[in-house]
Design a protein around this ligand. Structure first.
Ligand SMILES: Cc1ncc(COP(=O)(O)O)c(C=O)c1O
Length: 351
């Protein structure tokens, strides 16, 4: 092919979420194990004929529902096809070629991809004890930094930083640098330990918060996420959205899911209880599991990661290895978690 393609583009993630083993227990993509929320199932049934039409491009009903849910102005809300797209829209709105984008590493693997797509320069600040090193991140901000991404709770390690630490960090960041706090796992975090950044820092014009419907709301396949930020930023972020990227079905299901708060909280509490049980059992097996504020746990087993993942896959359980670093295991139904624990126990005792 003689068409020029951009060399700076990153490679595809080593693991592309999807179904590669029919029938396997999938603990690899941090999805909800509980299936559709009842309100969403009813909404889908009532809307099947709507897919022959284009959706509302401005997603007005959804934007207003999100604004009401968080007690903010609708001008502060932008939506996209998943929060990964929203983070990409934000980057497209604020990052120009060679601008620096600072984030912890390892964090969500889409961050370097998004940075490369907009021509930015990724500054990866190593985690310490599997947790964001906010002092080092603040020190990494230079005159060329345009954007800082904080994954709180962090994917894949599950750790989170608290309100005081985050506030002190934000105090050090210049007003013209945007800080995005990615709260994809908000519903699984202990509110006594992890701030709701929309409430805690929403009044800062250089802070935006992203959320998703893919995790606690169980809508990963429909692709809806959003950000809340300053109206001027949000206006720019809306302009970078691919037109119609959030389908009408997705918009209506997200509105229904927002209205199902009790059930969402009930399910999140079940996941948290299971997460803590799994973490305890892993500790008994001798694993050092960092405290998770998400719907997954992290086993930082380094070079053994691929072998454990292969062992689990052979036993019918898909987990997510990060070669040479660790294995991330999504919390599923109790019997799914038991299947994983039995595999890891057998693997540990085999040497
Ligand atoms: C930290 C983080 N942010 C964003 C996302 C993307 O979610 P979405 O499905 O809304 O694009 C994920 C998905 O795993 C994630 O872990």
């Amino acid at each position: 092919m003689s068409v020029r393609v951009r060399a700076a583009m990153g490679s595809l993630p080593s693991y592309v979420a999807g179904r590669k083993s029919p029938g396997a227990i999938v603990l690899a993509s941090n999805e909800s194990p509980y299936g559709l929320l009842p309100s969403v199932a009813a909404t889908i049934e009532g809307l099947t004929s709507s897919v022959s039409r284009y959706p509302d491009m401005t997603a007005t009903r959804l934007v207003e529902a999100i604004a009401t849910h968080h007690g903010v102005d609708a001008r502060q809300v932008a939506v996209g096809a998943g929060s990964v797209e929203v983070v990409g829209q934000i980057a497209a709105a604020v990052v120009e070629a060679a601008d620096e984008v600072v984030f912890g590493w390892r964090a969500f693997e889409a961050y370097p991809i998004i940075t490369a797509v907009v021509g930015g320069h990724a500054i990866k600040v190593p985690l310490v004890d599997a947790t964001h090193d906010l002092d080092a991140m603040a020190a990494a901000v230079t005159g060329r930094t345009q954007l800082v991404l904080i994954c709180n709770s962090n994917n894949p390690t599950g750790t989170a930083v608290g309100a005081d630490e985050l506030g002190q960090f934000l105090d050090q960041i210049p007003d013209d640098v945007l800080v995005v706090i990615d709260e994809a796992y908000h519903h699984y975090a202990d509110p006594a330990l992890v701030p709701d950044a929309i409430v805690a820092f929403g009044d800062r014009p250089n802070v935006a918060v992203t959320r998703t419907f893919s995790k606690a709301y169980a809508l990963a396949g429909l692709r809806v996420g959003y950000c809340i930020g300053h109206p001027e930023l949000v206006s720019a972020v809306r302009k970078t959205q691919v037109p119609f990227s959030v389908s009408g079905l997705a918009q209506e299901c997200a509105v229904a899911a927002l209205g199902d708060s009790n059930e969402v909280e009930r399910r999140a509490a079940m996941t948290v209880a299971e997460r803590d049980r799994v973490a305890k059992e892993l500790a008994v097996l001798g694993y050092d599991v960092p405290p998770s504020q998400a719907n997954f746990v992290w086993l930082g087993i380094g070079e053994k990661s691929a072998a454990l993942a292969a062992h689990c896959e052979a036993g019918g359980v898909l987990v997510r290895p990060f070669a040479g670093e660790g294995v991330r295991v999504t919390i599923g139904l109790p019997e799914e978690n038991d299947a994983f624990l039995a595999l890891v126990s057998a693997w540990s005792s085999s040497g």
